[in-house]
Design a binder for this molecule. Structure first.
Ligand SMILES: [Zn+2]
Length: 390
């Protein structure tokens, strides 16, 4: 597997500048296309699975994190508070407290549960600069996050559905888990007291017949989790996706719903992330595919190669009819060199006098295979169907 840092720079996907700082990469136009395509895929997948999307700010008052428990259990990984007008604001270390407050913003009935709230939002981790690199460890994280507020009876089905969604996304993205990990609490005072055994029991039955390892000391401070581990080119493992069961934050924020019995009950929170941080997911995609992304994620999907200046006007005409297919014309340099330059582009069409005369396109694929020549309109429709987001 190639190193995403090297390949990402070569492909013009992202970069860094010491003046912005370590662990704070910026996205170049082609990288932004990959990222947006990925985010749109995830949002669609979530919409179809009954999630509702929200937006919440990346700052919150220190008090918010005192209530959630982050301030006492997670402060080492948070940025220091900022004093603003007599208040202390912090860059959020997670989205959960904001979502808990959105849940609490009005009365809730059991009829609304499970309530699935999703957001791709910013969060911040004060990593030491020595461990930072490329997109896989960053200080400003764009997290694909969601919280399912549900009854105790619904927890297992919701956690199982979240894990199924993760597996489905991995299939679409061509990513394979290195292993599944059941992350349990370890010794020490890092963890809140509560019904850990019950939560672990639920996650064990969700993992059911999947092979997994249990790891002590890897749980969140508020509950156990299923971690989907991936490996990078150097074989280093990291967590991409998670499913967590949390009885703690609903209690801390006093979350309630009115049950069928007319009485107030406490929901459970299932925290889950399908692709984890967008940065780490793209790092993995770059390495797994060696830059040859699935066609729907590719920054450029179709490259038009006029053999000489004579065919350029026809290439321009075709380009205008490309619609949603991301296409470009490459007309500088020898044809062989242009084909090599575009070796990661899913479709390349060499346009010579014969194509112009017949109004056709002849297309070659990344593996060197060729599609039968067809009328430009028909070929663009065919490519359009192939590059559509799954
Ligand atoms: Zn959460």
């Amino acid at each position: 597997m190639p190193d995403h840092r090297k390949l990402g720079r070569e492909l013009g996907l992202f970069g860094t500048d010491p003046l912005i700082g370590a662990g704070l990469p910026y996205w170049l136009p082609d990288g932004a296309i990959v990222r947006h395509s990925l985010e749109e895929y995830v949002r669609n997948l979530e919409r179809r699975a009954g999630y509702q999307h929200v937006h919440s700010p990346v700052l919150g008052k220190r008090e918010l994190y005192e209530i959630s428990g982050h301030w006492s259990h997670y402060r080492d990984e948070m940025y220091p508070p900022m004093d603003v007008g007599g208040e202390q604001l912090v860059l959020r270390p997670s989205l959960c407290p904001h979502h808990a407050l959105i849940y609490r913003s009005r009365g809730r009935s059991y009829r609304e549960l499970p309530l699935r709230m999703a957001e791709i939002g910013g969060m911040y981790r004060s990593e030491l600069s020595g461990v930072l690199g490329g997109l896989s460890r960053v200080r400003a994280i764009q997290l694909n996050d969601a919280h399912v507020f549900c009854t105790l009876d619904q927890v297992e089905a919701e956690a199982a559905a979240a894990l199924a969604l993760i597996r489905r996304a991995y299939d679409a993205l061509g990513i394979s888990p290195a292993r599944y990990r059941l992350s349990l609490p370890g010794p020490g005072g890092k963890y809140v007291p509560g019904n850990w055994a019950g939560a672990v029991e639920i996650l064990r039955s969700v993992l059911d017949d999947l092979p997994y390892d249990a790891a002590e000391g890897e749980a969140a401070f508020y509950g156990p989790k299923i971690d989907v581990q991936i490996a990078d080119g150097a074989g280093r493992e990291s967590t991409l996706s998670t499913v967590q069961v949390d009885f703690h934050q609903p209690a801390r924020f006093g979350l309630e719903y009115v049950g069928a019995d007319g009485a107030k009950h406490r929901p459970v929170m299932v925290h889950r992330s399908i692709i984890g941080s967008v940065e780490r997911a793209v790092a993995q995609l770059i390495e797994v595919h060696g830059g040859a992304f699935p066609a729907w994620l590719a920054p450029v999907q179709l490259r038009l190669l006029p053999v000489s200046a004579v065919e350029v006007p026809y290439a321009r005409e075709v380009l205008e009819r490309c619609g949603d297919v991301r296409a470009e014309i490459a007309s500088e340099g020898s044809l062989g060199a242009r084909i090599r330059d575009g070796r990661l582009v899913p479709y390349q069409a060499v346009i010579g006098p014969a194509e112009v005369a017949a109004g056709q396109l002849s297309v070659r694929l990344r593996d060197g295979r060729r599609l039968d020549a067809a009328g430009a309109e028909e070929m663009l429709a065919r490519i359009g169907a192939e590059v559509r987001r799954p």
